[in-house]
Ligand binder design. Structure first.
Ligand SMILES: Cc1cc2nc3c(=O)[nH]c(=O)nc-3n(C[C@H](O)[C@H](O)[C@H](O)COP(=O)(O)OP(=O)(O)OC[C@H]3O[C@@H](n4cnc5c(N)ncnc54)[C@H](O)[C@@H]3O)c2cc1C
Ligand code: SF4
Ligand code: SF4
Length: 431
């Protein structure tokens, strides 16, 4: 039987627990405001917590994200709901928002789970691990990843065979198949949207052969292969587990192309590709790495020097648009491209190809706000009502936006915009 909704009240509701949402919640909480942070996945941290290192400093992403996430999780003014959906937000008047939120069951009593992973070892069901971008498998009961927050097991009930093996081995006995979704009614005086971005799905472009040729992967999959919390302890290609020695990057994969429905520059792809190339040169010193690019857009502070550093390390840059990727019998890939320097069509062979996929909008927030219209811009990112003077304002007064929900941004810009959104929200509360 569905339980009755629980009503809770806060100063602010922040939707999206990536780095932008977390930072906005933390700023408000540090100023004495009570905040509820809603994340739809099992862990906070968004994409940043899954990255390897960050450009241009090459600081370890996990080492920066984990203390921040831990500060957010322990803050007395922040309540966190993970694995939760905001089904609607209604504006009843100034400083009066009512949100309906559903917390999905984990089928594990979170407070009792010690993250011992004995359930994982006992579970016989193996499915693809979406947190490792399908590079490896996971069990039906699992801890999302080693630095997940909260670090608590959850059961993927759609794939669970209900065999009960996890229940038998769990020392505190915290597996609970009777858990049901719990609805909440949240009263809040302001809202911050920090729902982030989506990655371009390269299987929409048949000429890249993604999903067909095993050794064509995305840049996010390469982030996982390079990360300290990586699934293997080296870089392996998917078809045969070989350590690659001739790696190609295809930049602007699904960006700056009207015919693919994504006319914009994703801003981050040049820089993360250059970062990954440098990390690969460290991990595989003998490897030959080539970046096929349209333009290198190294726009930020220290970014051009970072590019020059890659050139100096021996990364090869070829100005050319890749037309087709075909798979050979041995799993190697042939890239057909137009070499802009000579104007000739050329072919080259690589044993691993990384698609530097672009940024797509997450337009979900438009459907969440029911009484007033949260407008999107022409590209379907959240519209900024005053992009020059108050970039955190949306088309609903009292609702602010942080991070990549408004368009592509790197981490420093996402954090800056979270600062702007939380400051605007505080001013609104003090009006
Ligand atoms: C391959 C790759 C490498 C990168 N490398 C770097 C780098 O080296 N340096 C750098 O500065 N930047 C890098 N970036 C960019 C960086 O990932 C982003 O700047 C950053 O993740 C933006 O944070 P965000 O919080 O705005 O969005 P996200 O990280 O997308 O977080 C949004 C969060 O909101 C949640 N959410 C979404 N919709 C809802 C909803 N309806 N309800 C509740 N929750 C919701 C999501 O689950 C997610 O947790 C890289 C990006 C990629 C793809
Ligand atoms: S009950 Fe489900 S989660 Fe538990 S061990 Fe069996 S298949 Fe795995
Ligand atoms: S066995 Fe129990 S305590 Fe250990 S991780 Fe699994 S659910 Fe948590």
């Amino acid at each position: 039987m569905q339980k009755e909704p629980i009503t809770l009240s806060f100063d602010a509701i922040v939707i999206g627990g990536g780095i932008a949402g977390g930072e906005a919640a933390l700023n408000m909480a540090n100023n004495g405001y009570k905040v509820i942070l809603i994340e739809k996945r099992l862990s906070l941290g968004g994409k940043m917590i899954m990255l390897s290192k960050v450009f241009p400093t090459l600081d370890c992403s996990a080492c920066i994200t984990t203390p921040k996430v831990s500060e957010i999780s322990r803050h007395p003014n922040i309540t966190i709901f993970t694995e939760s959906d905001v089904t609607s937000v209604e504006k009843k008047g100034e400083k009066n928002f009512i949100a309906k939120v559903t917390r999905r069951p984990r089928y594990v009593v979170a407070e009792d789970c010690t993250a011992c992973q004995l359930c994982e070892q006992a579970c016989p069901v193996i499915v693809k691990d979406q947190f490792q971008y399908n590079l490896v498998g996971r069990k039906a009961v699992y801890i999302p990843f080693s630095i997940a927050s909260p670090k608590v097991a959850a059961i993927d009930i759609d794939n669970c065979s209900l065999c009960g093996a996890c229940e038998k081995v769990c020392p505190p006995g915290c597996i609970d198949f009777t858990q049901k979704p719990q609805d909440y009614i949240i009263n809040a005086k302001t809202a911050i949207v920090a729902t982030g971005f989506k990655l371009y799905d390269p299987s929409n472009v048949p000429r890249y052969n993604y999903g067909e040729a095993k050794n064509v992967i995305t840049s996010m999959q390469m982030e996982r292969l390079l990360a300290p919390t990586r699934p293997f302890h080296t870089i392996l290609r998917s078809s045969d587990g070989k350590v690659p020695d001739k790696i190609a990057y295809v930049l602007c994969a699904g960006s700056r192309d009207d015919s693919l429905g994504n006319p914009i520059c994703s801003q981050i792809c040049c820089m993360y590709s250059i970062k990954q190339a440098q990390l690969l040169m460290g991990a595989l010193p003998m490897a030959d790495i080539t970046l096929y690019y349209i333009d290198i857009r190294a726009f930020g502070k220290g970014y051009d020097e970072f590019y020059e550093q890659a050139v100096g390390m021996g990364v090869r840059f070829v100005k050319g648009k890749v037309g087709r990727i075909t798979e050979k019998e041995n799993g190697n890939l042939t890239l057909r491209y137009e070499d802009i320097a000579t104007g000739k069509l050329k072919e080259s062979e690589h044993d691993l190809v990384v698609l530097s996929v672009g940024v797509k909008p997450n337009s979900e927030p438009a459907d969440i706000f029911t009484s007033h219209k949260l407008e999107l811009d022409s590209l379907k990112f959240v519209k900024q009502s005053d992009p020059l003077l108050s970039p955190a304002k949306t088309t609903i007064e009292g609702v602010f936006v942080a991070g990549t929900a408004t368009g592509p941004k790197d981490i420093p810009d996402s954090i800056l915009s979270a600062g702007a959104a939380s400051t605007e929200a505080i001013s609104y509360l003090n009006q």
